[in-house]
Write a protein that binds this ligand. Sequence first.
Ligand SMILES: Nc1ncnc2c1ncn2[C@@H]1O[C@H](COP(=O)(O)OP(=O)(O)OP(=O)(O)O)[C@@H](O)[C@H]1O
Length: 597
Amino acid sequence: MLRFLMPGLELLRNALGRQVRLLPLVVILGLASAALEGAGIGLIIPMLGIIAGNEDAAGLSGISAAFQQVGAGLDQSDRLLVIAAAVLALIILKNVLAFANTVLTTFIYGKASHSIRSALSDQLLRIGYPFFLQQNPGRLLNIISNESWRASDAIQTVLAAIVHGSATIILLACLLLLSWQMTLFVALGLVLVQIVHAVLSATLKAPSRNVTSFNSDLAARMLHLVHAGRLIRVFGQESREKTAFDAASHSVRHAGFVLQTRQGALPPLTEVLHSALFLAAVVSAWFAGVSFPVIVAFVVLLYRLQPHVRALQMSWSQIQGWSGSLEEVRWLLDSSDKPKPPSGSKPVKGLHSGIEFDRVTFRYPGSDARPVVLRSTTFEIASGRSTALIGRSGAGKTTIVNLLCRFVEPDEGRILIDGVPLDQIDPAQWRRQIAVASQDLELVDGSIHENITYGQEATVAEVVRAAKLAEAHGFIEKLPQGYETVVGYRGASLSAGQRQRIALARALVRDPAILILDEATNAVDGLSEAAIVETLKLRAGRRTTIVISHHRNTISFCDDVVVLGSGRVKSQTRLAELASLSMDQLYEHEAPLESQS
Ligand SMILES: Nc1ncnc2c1ncn2[C@@H]1O[C@H](COP(=O)(O)OP(=O)(O)OP(=O)(O)O)[C@@H](O)[C@H]1O
């Protein structure tokens, strides 16, 4: 029931984590400060009695009569001063406790919001890679940058609601002690107001989901403007992009306006209803003959109660208004409907005999109509040799790299590493055996040194050696800051060829058992590429290298070649046997499996 009433309750519970233990303290501090406030207000009764010259306890009962007796032995002026001092002391103490509660709730809020952000980053790092192939990056960006903050705000609102709820309970108890009849009247009225409020709050859920959904679209547009800056300018699409962006922004504005106006109607409405209720309570008390000091104390208590009740109701409507955000954050944190990360526990160290693709069939996750990329594909990559993986664009070469790195898993068939199925091998250990240099793998926003050592501790000498092997040392040395040059977002301050050479150095510094080059040098000039090919030859016989390229020169040093086409292996042989063939002829080369050496 509670889960139905409060979307994201489970999320809030998880975010609070160990801080849940502090919630009783929040309640106790809230109750204590409200009790002190109630006592202070109760002391108004004898003060008014003294001021009005009416110290008779007749007509008073229960707590009112008890308050009337405070300082009974003292003379008039001393008694007034003592009671006034007591009221001031109670007010000071109440505010000290209220401040302590603010510090405590701020502490809990900070911890809980950190825990939400940390859980989101943890989930994004752990989740199976196919998730990123299917999801809209704008949605993910929106959850991390917007919705997570709203989820944090919801926690703050819940904490504030606990404090206001405690105050409401105590002040209602004080009212009850003053006059149970008037309190019953007020309590029933408050229940009716709450029902009206809850019905209206429930209408906030749909606009809240709209805001979330339009925010995701807007975040996607923002990402597009940032990433496609060159494309947009080259094709002169500024005005079209502006129109599309403004439309997305307008949708967010409109959805936000609908949500906020509905939310905004609730406070004035409840204030009017509360005022009418409280006035009705006071008028009825007068007709019922309740004494003047009690009515005044009751009115002051009601006056103090009203903001707490209103804050409670506002908390309720705010949480309804954030239900879309809470649902989004909860969706991302929920692992049950997300691709699992690769599993396996068998240890692996190096590559001894080789890699075997055994009748591997694969389609990318998505709709049922997705095409088969690899169809019962069988080939071998021998250890210590260099294998060229070639085929026309879209043949499935990068997909093979994705399968080898276990970003995706085969639908059918097996990949064997030295005879052991890859899905039984510890994925983290396996990835440590591999280094990939690819046109798709970006540089990180840091120095050249940080980029080369990303994922691998290395001495300065090792970094320089890797940079020399990748033909990068020459241009790095000429930069004013050398290896400390900051490359900018995705290496924006470097040329494409320079970026590729740094990415290659990053792969080489690992000195991996298996080096995968996926179009890793296609932007490098011919001379540099020739030198890189010489470097790669040095690995021959020692380490395994897989080279994907459309350039004949780049694969020239390879021992073996696997030709892919139409989702299958067309040929696997020694490259030397096809030395006379051009790249186009290689793409068309077919050899029945049994004749492949
Ligand atoms: N994330 C993805 N989701 C769905 N289909 C994909 C995805 N990535 C690639 N494909 C499809 O898989 C097929 C093989 O793509 P892949 O990138 O492996 O080809 P490739 O041989 O490396 O091509 P190229 O030489 O152009 O880099 C293509 O038809 C492509 O459309």
